[in-house]
Design a protein around this ligand. Structure first.
Ligand code: ZN
Ligand code: FE
Length: 255
């Protein structure tokens, strides 16, 4: 694997990620939740920050863009259609674009729903995806700016990636997500087993991120509107998938 990923906690429940290509000596920070832990991580690894890859405009994802750019002179890559909300953006990306990062290529997907200008970066040669606040371990982002239909379309783009794809999501929300997931799909044996593993990891302060597409497809209720067990629990047996997804999201908001 050519891309080295270093993950570290930021703020209350964010993760910071550094992605390093040793062949060309470039390093990207995926989103910029907080300046100090990012600089500390760069120092620890001995890497120079050359890029910021922003998934969306929220402050816990772009808050340190300006200060990091000032210090490192790095190139900031983000969603073209949200450029006015991404501080310091240099390169705007749209759906289907590819970004050349050192010797590696990132495929860019537009995945609106949490915000209208949310994008994901997929390094197909590495089997690695950075998905921001669109897909979480056992969860998905709140619909602050988009519709359920928009978000369901976005999640389907991510679901189409290979099962073994390693998914870096931006928050450690998994334990509370698991409680909700069990409430809507209690008969999913894989979910029951996974939630026990999650409790064990969190009890000793270990991260539950990254996850994989295959694991999420098997246990994440937001990727499972087709599940008969889920449909039955929320009283929507046989309903269309967008309606089931929308009701699942609504119930999570009120959980
Ligand atoms: Zn967000
Ligand atoms: Fe966030």
């Amino acid at each position: 694997m050519a891309l080295q990923v270093h993950q570290f906690p930021c703020r209350t429940d964010n993760y910071g990620f550094l992605a390093h290509d040793p062949r060309q000596g470039v390093t990207a920070c995926i989103d910029t939740p907080d300046e100090d832990p990012i600089n500390a991580a760069l120092e620890e690894k001995g890497w120079h920050l050359t890029h910021i890859l922003n998934t969306h405009h929220h402050g816990d994802h772009t808050g340190a863009n300006t200060s990091l750019k000032k210090r490192w002179g790095c190139t900031i890559v983000g969603a073209a259609n949200d450029a006015e909300r991404i501080p310091g953006i240099d390169v705007g990306m749209t759906d289907g674009d590819q970004y050349q990062f050192g010797s590696l290529t990132a495929d860019v997907f537009e995945v609106p729903g949490h915000t209208t200008g949310h994008i994901a970066f997929y390094f197909s040669s590495e089997g690695i995806a950075f998905v921001g606040d669109t897909l979480f371990a056992l969860g998905c982002g709140r619909l602050f700016e988009g519709t359920p239909e928009m978000m369901w379309n976005s999640l389907q783009k991510l679901m189409a990636l290979p099962d073994e794809t390693i998914v870096y999501c931006a928050h450690e929300y998994t334990q509370s997500n698991a409680k909700f997931a069990l409430s809507v799909e209690p008969e999913n044996a894989e979910l029951v087993a996974r939630s026990q593993k999650i409790d064990a990891l969190r009890a000793v302060g270990k991260p539950t991120v990254p996850t994989t597409i295959g694991q999420e497809r098997a246990t994440n209720p937001f990727l499972r509107p087709m599940s008969e067990n889920l449909q039955k629990t929320i009283g929507l047996s046989g309903a269309d998938l967008v309606s089931v997804f929308a009701e699942t999201r609504l119930r999570k908001d009120n959980f």
